[in-house]
Ligand binder design. Structure first.
Ligand SMILES: Cc1cc2nc3c(=O)[nH]c(=O)nc-3n(C[C@H](O)[C@H](O)[C@H](O)COP(=O)(O)OP(=O)(O)OC[C@H]3O[C@@H](n4cnc5c(N)ncnc54)[C@H](O)[C@@H]3O)c2cc1C
Ligand code: FES
Length: 260
């Protein structure tokens, strides 16, 4: 898929809570092909300290409304600047970057596909869920966060399938971490997709291995160029050290040199 660089127009910027916002971007021409799990490199204007583009997952591609959604967690000046964009502003993106999640082949639409997200790591799972649903699958989501406040876009996830929830403080759903959720006791998922903090993904990978469930994780290693030139995002894999920005961000857990 050819990489492109273009100025997108901010259609809406919706604050979700004090740390998160939802950016809806649009293009005049028709939206490009983008696969779930791919990301964009965002140029941050108006910052004296941010020179490098920031990698952000594709949260949703709404072709009906000609929109690309980005879910932003404010952690530093780059994301702070993004959270202050207003409708009509322009945002320069390089896209689509990286490789997406595997989409099951075949006609077995009853496959149990479990999408596990932690905090803002749930961002790419909304588009993945929508894509799977469009292909005839029924995704199930398991979303975890510290507290109810940190659970994002629940209404959007609920439009796509069953949503199980854990919070560390027990404010919503089951108390604990995603891997402690009672729905996992059966170990009957056919495929697991996960994105979130590394420790969460490691726990999910251990669970998947224990039950011999194929599993893909989306890594969020620190990135600079986003196009395989600076080598700052390398990850150890069975094929040696690879750049997450070009070989990932999605990896099958069997490819990773994690202590699973
Ligand atoms: C493939 C990919 C997809 C991503 N998708 C999203 C997304 O959908 N939404 C979103 O809000 N963020 C996402 N991120 C993380 C996002 O890129 C960083 O939070 C952002 O670059 C921080 O920029 P900043 O200028 O605001 O903060 P900085 O000043 O650069 O950093 C602030 C703090 O955040 C830490 N930090 C920065 N980047 C990361 C990272 N990748 N992992 C762990 N800690 C980090 C820094 O160490 C520092 O402590 C993604 C990252 C990758 C690699
Ligand atoms: S971010 Fe530069 S090589 Fe991956």
């Amino acid at each position: 898929m050819k990489k492109q660089i273009a100025n997108w127009i901010v259609k809406d910027n919706i604050p979700l809570n004090e740390k998160h916002c939802l950016l809806k971007l649009t293009l005049e021409e028709s939206l490009p092909e983008i696969l779930p799990g791919q990301f964009v490199q965002v140029k941050v204007d108006n910052s004296e300290s941010v020179f490098l583009r920031r990698p952000i997952s594709v949260h949703q591609v709404d072709r009906k409304n000609q929109e690309l959604w980005l879910l932003i967690q404010i952690v530093g000046d780059g994301t702070f600047q993004l959270s202050h964009l207003i409708p009509g502003d322009s945002l320069n993106l390089i896209y689509p970057l990286g490789n997406g999640f595997s989409i099951p082949a075949g006609s077995d639409k009853d496959k149990k596909l479990l999408l596990i997200g932690g905090g803002v790591g749930s961002a790419p799972l909304l588009y993945l869920g929508a894509y799977l649903k469009e292909k005839g699958f029924t995704p199930t989501f398991l979303l975890g966060a510290r507290s109810e406040r940190d659970l994002l876009q629940l209404d959007e996830f609920r439009k796509l399938g069953t949503v199980h929830i854990t919070t560390e403080n027990g404010g919503l759903g089951e108390k604990g971490y995603v891997v402690n959720h009672s729905s996992l006791l059966e170990g009957d998922a056919d495929f697991i997709y996960a994105c979130g903090p590394n420790l969460m993904m490691l726990s999910v990978a251990r669970y998947a291995k224990e039950y011999a469930i194929p599993c893909e994780v989306s890594l969020e290693n620190r990135m600079a160029c986003g196009i395989g030139a600076c080598l700052c995002c390398v990850e150890k894999t069975v094929k040696g050290n690879v750049c997450v920005c070009t070989e990932g961000p999605v990896f099958n857990i069997n490819q990773l040199k994690w202590q699973i």
